[in-house]
Design a protein around this ligand. Structure first.
Ligand SMILES: Nc1ncnc2c1ncn2[C@@H]1O[C@H](COP(=O)(O)OP(=O)(O)OP(=O)(O)O)[C@@H](O)[C@H]1O
Length: 284
């Protein structure tokens, strides 16, 4: 699998120009391999000698408290930011979708899909990608006329048209309403099944992670603190005991106290009207 190998252990390695190579390894390798990866902003170490591997076609979700460095890691994998030290192997063919669709408002939907690409028959390719996300009929729409979900599907089509081996998703469903989010979950799973890229999904939503991923990672203090395989068959029900067990485990890892009363209030005490804790759609 073609990959760029970046050895960015400081300025020296970069200046020597020996840090980018195209590998043709004898053994099949995981498309994403990070070893001892660190990212510092000034005196702040955000990623601290982190090791990460994502196998071909694997769907991985990344959870972590706010500020734990999830986006920093995703941006490094996307090649948007340089790492401070360590090694990082990522496929050349990669694409990212963010919480905001980031469409150019002065370009029609289909032009946004192929923006920056030098390809034959761009319009046909854009149309095919838009069709995959159910938006072929909106190919001529201006971004301002699209709903939030539609705009996010255009962003997804823009990623798909690049035929990524690695698809990076940074909370792409967070700004959508609950119903649209459910539809987007179904869409992303069906696209993943069809194209089989490796996926890294950054999310705050524990349920979303358990619903979609093969593996859920928890980022803490700059490293992967937990790596949990989700073995439940898809489609997954959030009501299944298996689902609830993993959810509880992840919430505990994320430091969320589940404050459920062990004993019902005595009958003579006026019971406060409190809605039962609803695990569904719990996010951090
Ligand atoms: N360009 C930057 N310059 C300085 N500090 C930064 C920069 N980008 C991120 N940081 C810091 O790195 C830390 C991690 O940020 P990051 O956005 O990766 O966290 P996150 O886990 O994605 O957070 P959230 O869940 O709230 O989106 C934060 O303390 C942030 O302030």
């Amino acid at each position: 699998m073609p990959s760029i190998s970046l050895n960015l252990s400081g300025l020296k390695a970069r200046n020597e120009g020996a840090d980018v190579r195209h590998d043709a390894p004898a053994l099949p390798r995981s498309p994403v391999q990070a070893r001892q990866l660190s990212k510092r902003f000034g005196a702040n170490t955000i990623l601290d000698n982190l090791d990460l591997e994502i196998r071909a076609g694997e769907f991985v979700a990344l959870l972590g408290r706010s500020g734990s460095g999830k986006t920093t890691l995703l941006r490094a994998l996307a090649g948007l930011d340089r790492i401070s030290s360590g090694t990082l192997d990522v496929p050349q063919a990669r694409a990212a979708v963010f919480q905001e669709p980031r469409l150019m408002p002065w370009k029609r939907a289909w032009r946004n899909v192929t923006l920056g690409l030098k390809i034959d028959q761009p319009r046909e390719r854009a149309r095919a990608a838009l069709e995959e996300v159910g938006l072929a009929h909106r190919e001529n729409a201006w971004p301002a006329t699209l709903s939030g979900g539609e705009a996010q599907r255009v962003a997804l089509a823009r990623a798909l048209v690049r035929e990524p081996q690695l698809l990076l998703l940074d909370e792409p469903f967070a700004a959508l309403d609950a119903l649209t989010r459910i539809r987007m979950h179904q869409l992303i799973l069906s696209l993943w099944r069809q194209h089989r890229p490796s996926v890294l999904l950054v999310t705050h939503d524990v349920d979303e992670a358990v619903l979609l991923a093969d593996r859920v990672l928890v980022l803490e203090r700059g490293r992967i603190a937990a790596d949990i395989a989700i073995t439940q068959q898809r489609p997954r029900s959030a009501d299944a005991p298996q689902f609830q067990k993993v959810r509880a485990q992840l919430l505990q890892l994320l430091g969320v106290e589940l404050d459920t009363p062990a004993v019902a209030p005595a009958p003579e005490t006026p019971a406060p009207i409190v809605a039962p804790f609803n695990f569904s759609n719990f996010s951090i």
